[in-house]
Design a protein around this ligand. Sequence first.
Ligand code: SF4
Length: 400
Amino acid sequence: MFCQITRHSVTYLSGKLKIRKLYIDPQVADYPETDEISTRMNAGLTVVADPDETLRDIRNSKNPETEGKHCLFITCNKGPFIRKCPGTSHYTCCDYHILHVGAYCTMDCSYCILQAYFHPPVLTLFVNFREMTDQLETLFSSGRLYRTGTGEFTDSLIWEPVYPLASRLVTLFSGRNNAVLELKTKTVATQGLLGLDHRRNTIMSWSLNTEKAIREQERGTASLDDRISAAAGCQSRGYPLGFHFDPMIWYPGCESDYARIARKLFRRIDPGSVVWISMGSFRFMPRLQEIIERRHPRSEIVHGEFIRGPDGKMRYFKPLRIRLYRALVEAIRKLAPDVTLYFCMEDDEVWRKVLGYTPGQYGGLPSILNASTVRHCGLDPKRISEFPRNTVDTLPVPPV
Ligand code: SF4
């Protein structure tokens, strides 16, 4: 059973959406974090005996995905906070760990998988910070290297104005030798992070896309220029950086647009600060198609030619994906030849045809990314079980 806090026009957060309702799980009603959020959102409290009816209403409404962006649940995570990213055996996976701090997003990208992932999709924040800290301490005391991030089930920074969890995590990860935190965002909500003593254990990451794709598919997100400026600001404070070109979207002329982003990026960003750049092309589970057509009727992204991949997702034909990646990789390589590039969910053939090697030749993708993490985040390889006999100079480096 949940309590419900209701206040119309509560607080303006990110993008153009407004949170109209807060639901508070009684289990967290006394938590200081709950109080902090309620106060910062300036929300009045209305207790509702049984909010299931409201949840059912969201689920049964004409547009549950939009309704869910107006409601926020404050609750506790009753399961594990740290989960292995669900890759598939058909494509090369990077062995990433998700730090599950909340769900759904105040922004509204047409292609967002989260629209189809949660039932019903409702903004959720977990405030049992102590349990999360305990689970992280267990992880910190292990010998292996963990690359973790909060940006898989939500955007990492949308709640910073009302609940500065990301800032707290930066401090928690600071100085650890075997774990890094990646904060992945399409916002510019970095203000609270700039002055923190992060010791390079936090990688600030932005998803990048062409101006056309941002305008047409990424409603409520920051512009490309603003994302790059925010990254430059974090770079000036010593943060390592990551960039994700995912999903890359095909349209006539897109290749030169992607190449232009690379030029724009490296006018402001020092390649030496970049831990990794990932690439992935637009792909979707068939059930997302109906949601995109219903909620984003002007979007044409699902109307191209697709094939069904071995994981059941629809993707562009492989030659088209390769063409798209090559345009971007060529532009990046001219300006930042040493930056670690990788693909999210692609097979060896794509790796070989675009980058000229397969991850297996260099110990596998996790090893390549771990090595880049050690180099950029100042970790000591001797204290990490994956690299017991390595120094920074002898870590695996794929060719450029
Ligand atoms: S920013 Fe990310 S999480 Fe938010 S709507 Fe877009 S794709 Fe989904």
